[in-house]
Design a protein around this ligand. Structure first.
Ligand SMILES: Nc1nc2c(ncn2[C@@H]2O[C@H](COP(=O)(O)OP(=O)(O)OP(=O)(O)O)[C@@H](O)[C@H]2O)c(=O)[nH]1
Ligand SMILES: [Mg+2]
Length: 647
């Protein structure tokens, strides 16, 4: 612009110069001659022409630059950009869009419409949007739309469409920009799926089950039908985890999920609640028998042996059944009641199904209260230890004490360990409580020794959860250090199911415990699968003969044979034996004859609080009572809650 103005200015100056020279050279009053006027005019015209040419050139250059900008934009933007005329025909598209359309170049799209590239449904939706923009002049910003391609492929795009106006403001077409957001959408779908499904089995999780149950209840309500709910819990799944490892346990859960899905109707939902618990929701059921038949199908399908990683195994399942509307009208009530029925199936020996009855609600409420109370029991100081003497059969001297956990419930009084210990395990609290038991027992034993009482070993039971935490050895080491108890005065009792896990972790933990100098006992021997190889591999110091054999000693010849064999086995392997549950002189006489070195049981003493046990330790040796109260009577006396508890 400045150049054009300068040119015109120069022209005017030249014209003035011509006039000035004319005035300087003669009479100023003479009129200007034709030649002078012509020269000045030519000068001005030349200047104007030059200015015009210059402006045209500049405008063309600017347009050229803008074309370059637009071209670069259309060539390189990764989004689909398109310009369309009023008939929704493409006028220009970006190269990215041409590539999406599989065209050799962007110009190949010109004159075509969406119908040439997308499904008819998608094309007509886009056309309708564009017609609306042409009619209203309003843009459509940030629409998420699914594009369906003729080959059935789906893609998600985020599209903005705006009106395209000319200089005078008239709408001459539309312009749009679409960003492919398929990856983001797929990630969202994946995340939504993960939030609603169990990762291990891919089955719906509790949240989705809740949803499905709500839908099923609404549908059944409208159609006057029932909804069946089956809650399944595998029997003794822990043993599989403990003996073959979590990896096999996981694979088994996956196979169980597959079998369950295969044996049910398409409309049924199979969900995994967690652990080894599954739920089946059956919508639109007409008769209760249909639900029972499903339970039978499930049992039959899981009864076939599983082969996982070369291990063949059999898995039982306990099933609780309830139905809408009879047993509850809300998903959470139905699940609670199915759980109560399942618990009943467990209590009645497992491997079976139970149908919910109203009486079970009381049992469930009780169990939930127990769980709640157990969670706070340690902090509230309701746990204590009782100590039961281990006595030499030859001298009557107390050789040790077994520390046994007791729970004094604020309302129900003493709760039998057989009732609350499985619940501690179920709640995952056993490792913490076990550590508390270990510390308290070691501290007590160290205290007795400090008082000058004859030193005895204290036996503490270990749980599988303490093992699986992986810090058992260091925990034992630090408890011994902290309490000052010599390691040889600590005996750790392990059950057979725990030692069946021959994983390297367990084996090395046992080895390290031995290195600490503590002794190891195998508890409840004779009831499980212990083999000689376990006894040798885990370097046990003693085996404890399960109390069930003592009870049957007089009445069952096989019990006598088993006890004799175990004692002989102990002698041969150099392992000490302790007979548990000894209640009568007769049993003691027999054990003395068999040279079983130690006994434990009511014949000597029940488990006693620390102060009473201290008196026994002070007396040091034992005079065997002629007869002791039978275990059942003593148990009922020690645990009055046993009679009232409904668990
Ligand atoms: N492998 C594996 N085990 C799990 C998983 N989640 C929980 N568990 C274990 O599953 C077991 C479930 O235990 P329970 O059902 O209480 O015990 P159980 O041995 O089956 O005994 P009953 O059900 O009373 O017959 C626990 O030992 C958990 O540690 C998992 O994702 N994978
Ligand atoms: Mg189970």
């Amino acid at each position: 612009m400045a150049t054009a103005a300068s040119a015109v200015f120069l022209g005017v100056v030249l014209a003035l110069r011509v006039l000035a020279s004319r005035l300087a050279g003669g009479n100023p009053s003479r009129a200007l001659g034709l030649a002078e006027v012509t020269s000045a005019g030519i000068a001005i015209a030349c200047a104007a022409l030059f200015a015009l040419l210059y402006l045209t050139f500049r405008a063309e250059r600017r347009r050229e630059i803008e074309r370059c900008f637009l071209q670069a934009f259309l060539d390189h933007i990764p989004d689909s950009v398109f310009f369309k005329d009023r008939e929704s025909r493409f006028v220009r598209v970006s190269c990215a869009m041409a590539r999406r359309f599989d065209l050799p170049g962007a110009t190949h799209a010109i004159g075509k419409t969406d119908a040439d590239f997308f499904s008819a449904e998608h094309a007509s939706r886009a056309l309708a949007d564009e017609q609306r923009i042409l009619a209203t002049g309003e843009p459509l910003v940030g629409l998420e739309e699914k594009e369906t391609w003729p080959d059935g492929r789906d893609a998600w795009v985020l599209t903005t469409r705006v009106p395209l106006r000319n200089r005078t403001g008239n709408i001459i077409g539309t312009m749009g920009i679409s960003r492919d957001i398929t990856d983001r959408k797929q990630a969202e779908v994946r995340i939504r799926h993960m939030a609603m499904h169990d990762e291990l089995t891919g089955l719906p999780n509790r949240a989705l089950l809740q949803d499905r149950l709500l839908q099923a209840i609404a549908l059944a309500g409208r159609n006057l039908k029932r909804v069946g709910v089956l809650l399944l819990d595998l029997d003794h799944f822990k043993t599989i985890n403990d003996s073959l490892g979590h990896y096999v346990g996981d694979a088994l859960l996956q196979e169980v999920a597959r079998r369950l899905t295969a044996c049910l109707r398409e409309s049924d939902t199979v969900a995994r609640l967690g652990g080894d618990e599954f739920v089946i929701a059956m919508p639109l059921v007409s008769e209760r028998e249909e639900i029972e038949q499903a339970a039978l199908r499930v049992q039959a399908s899981l009864a076939r042996p599983f082969t996982i990683e070369g291990h063949e195994m059999q898995v039982g399942v306990s099933i609780g059944i309830c139905e809408y509307p009879t047993d509850g009208e809300k998903p959470e009530i139905l699940l609670q009641n199915a759980d109560a029925a399942m618990y009943q199936a467990k209590n009645k020996g497992r491997g079976t199904y139970y149908i919910f009855t109203a009486e079970m609600t009381e049992a469930t409420r009780h169990r939930q209260k127990m769980h709640n109370d157990l969670r706070h029991a340690r902090a509230r100081g309701e746990f204590s230890l009782a100590y039961q003497p281990l006595v030499s059969t030859t001298s009557g001297v107390i050789t040790g004490v077994e520390a046994l956990l007791r729970w004094s419930h604020p309302e129900l009084g003493a709760i039998p360990p057989s009732q609350f210990i499985p619940q501690l395990e179920e709640l995952g609290l056993m490792a913490d409580v076990g550590l508390w038991v270990l510390r308290t027992a070691c501290r007590q034993n160290a205290e007795w020794q400090k008082q000058g009482l004859p030193p005895v070993r204290v036996a503490v039971n270990l749980s599988a959860q303490q093992f699986s935490r992986g810090d058992l050895v260091s925990a034992v080491e630090s408890v011994l250090r902290e309490t000052g108890l010599g390691p040889r005065w600590l005996d750790l009792e392990l059950t057979e199911s725990l030692t069946m896990d021959e994983s390297e972790v367990t084996v090395s933990a046992m080895r390290d415990l031995k290195k600490l100098g503590v002794s190891l006992s195998l508890d409840d021997f004779g009831t499980g699968w212990s083999s000689l190889s376990y006894l040798r591999r885990f370097q046990f110091d003693r085996i404890k003969i399960d109390r069930s054999f003592m009870r049957d000693l007089a009445s069952e010849p096989t019990a006598e044979t088993v006890v004799r064999s175990i004692i002989n086995l102990g002698h041969n392997l150099g392992l000490a034996c302790i007979a548990e549950g000894v209640e009568t002189r007769q049993q003691l006489d027999y054990l003395q004859r068999q040279m079983c070195p130690e006994i434990q049981g009511y014949l000597c003493s029940p488990a006693l609080p620390a102060d009473q046990c201290e008196e026994l330790l002070r007396a040091r040796s034992f005079t065997f009572a002629p007869d002791a109260p039978l275990a059942d009577e003593a148990l009922a006396r020690d645990f009055p809650a046993l009679a009232t508890a409904v668990m």
